[in-house]
Design a binder for this molecule. Structure first.
Ligand SMILES: Cc1cc2nc3c(=O)[nH]c(=O)nc-3n(C[C@H](O)[C@H](O)[C@H](O)COP(=O)(O)OP(=O)(O)OC[C@H]3O[C@@H](n4cnc5c(N)ncnc54)[C@H](O)[C@@H]3O)c2cc1C
Length: 387
């Protein structure tokens, strides 16, 4: 059994810690923040991620706190005119054997944390994991020593910077406003029980229900270039938010009038890294391959990574396990990164001739849309890790 150090207790780090602890490994998760808390926002987990959650024994807990959207719907941001609709809830379960689930981020984090602790993983808060040191037998970081180190420390990973040199992520010119609203703060039915994308020129908004149907999550992405890299996350101004989206269709106006708090993120990207591994150290999740949110796959890819890496460590020795993990995951993660980037154009230029045609074809031939999604949602790493 290995002793594994993990830098970062985000979704990727906690999932890896849980999977490793359940397989009998010794796990120390080092998290820089003193209090583990997630932003008040939602997260969509597609069937490929839910297979991992089910195998880790978390499906029923997550189903209890989540919500399954009925359809994936695309509407015009200003008029509400329908552009595209695809059955989601029944289709996902029938086709992939796992649900498509909307969750509050804090619920997912808390479930992972409690289960990882119960499985024997140790979580150390307020520990900055940087400046690791490795030799042929061990790796050290902060005051900890282990056989392997996993850098699950997000898009601004210190572990990756030490492995491959500092490389600032690139600002995409897009920012995301995120938050939740109590469902009873707006008239019943204002936001339908779907995963809805409202598309407009230079912006899009995603709405869906959470925690049964008691909360509504929104993510509003706009193109804005007056943004400084240091401000990649901040409290947003609600009045500014409402003013920015004042042209939105009526249901959104009603929703936004009930918003009390909103958070702002700059969306950053970086080219695919050729390697995620250096000796006894490997990266996963956003540290390895930051994912723009236009396919809702960043956390899903971190979860898939975590499962495959834990399986590799259980079946192969030290650095060999890490290399096998990288070989199994690199092509898929890079492809989903590319697909996510490409969706930005579809959402933010919905009136271009090409994008109108794409939406029409997808609506007339749902099999085309399903085939594209199947390449992402249809992968079950718990059955075939590719190691
Ligand atoms: C607007 C938006 C919407 C999104 N929606 C979805 C969605 O619907 N579905 C989906 O699958 N994905 C979504 N994503 C992507 C998803 O949130 C990320 O891809 C995912 O959280 C990455 O997880 P991670 O564990 O790799 O990194 P993170 O969540 O960034 O976690 C990294 C952790 O490491 C800690 N850390 C950092 N440095 C150190 C250090 N030196 N020492 C110790 N600890 C450290 C941090 O404090 C943090 O806890 C969205 C992203 C955005 C921006």
């Amino acid at each position: 059994m290995a002793h594994v150090l993990i830098a970062g207790a985000g979704i990727g780090g906690l999932t890896a810690g849980l999977a490793l602890a359940q397989s009998g490994h010794q796990v120390d998760i080092l998290e820089r923040t003193k209090v583990l808390s997630e932003v008040g926002a939602g997260l969509q987990l597609s069937p490929n991620a839910m297979h991992v959650m089910a195998t880790l024994g978390l499906k029923s807990t997550l189903m209890d706190v989540g919500f399954q959207p009925e359809n994936a719907v695309v509407l015009d941001y200003q008029t509400g005119e329908p552009r595209f609709e695809l059955p989601l809830r029944d289709r996902m379960q029938a086709k992939y054997g796992a649900p498509y689930l909307n969750l509050h981020r804090a619920d997912l984090q808390q479930t992972l944390l409690e289960t990882a602790l119960a499985a024997g993983a140790q979580v150390h808060l307020g520990v900055e994991a940087a400046n690791f040191d490795q030799n042929t037998n061990e790796v050290r970081v902060a005051d900890y020593q282990g056989d392997l180190l996993i850098g699950a420390d997000g898009i601004r990973s210190s572990i990756a910077a030490q492995m491959f040199g500092p490389q600032d992520p690139r600002f995409t010119g897009q920012i995301a406003w995120r938050g939740t609203v109590a469902a009873d703060a707006v008239p019943h039915g204002t936001i339908k029980p779907n995963a809805t994308v409202w598309v407009g020129d230079g912006l899009h908004i995603v709405t869906y229900l959470l925690r049964g149907m008691s909360q509504i999550s929104f993510v509003a992405v706009e193109e804005r270039y007056d943004w400084r890299a240091e401000d990649w996350e901040q409290q947003g101004d609600v009045a500014q938010f409402r003013a920015r989206f004042a042209q939105a269709a009526e249901p959104l106006q009603t929703l936004f009038s009930a918003v009390e708090n909103v958070h702002l993120w700059g969306l950053f990207d970086r080219p695919a890294r050729p390697s995620w591994v250096d000796g006894r150290v490997a990266l996963l999740g956003d540290a390895a391959h930051p994912m723009l949110p236009f396919m809702a796959q960043g956390a899903a890819m971190a979860i898939e990574d975590a499962w495959v890496l834990a399986d590799a460590i259980s079946r192969f020795d030290g650095p060999d396990a890490l290399k096998r993990y990288q070989n199994a995951r690199h092509t898929r993660a890079t492809r989903v990164q590319d697909m996510s980037r490409a969706n930005a154009d579809l959402y933010h230029r919905p009136n271009s001739v090409l994008n109108r045609a794409k939406m029409k074809i997808a609506q007339l031939l749902p099999s085309v849309a399903h085939a594209r999604l199947a390449s992402v949602y249809g992968v079950k790493v718990t059955r075939e890790t590719g190691l």
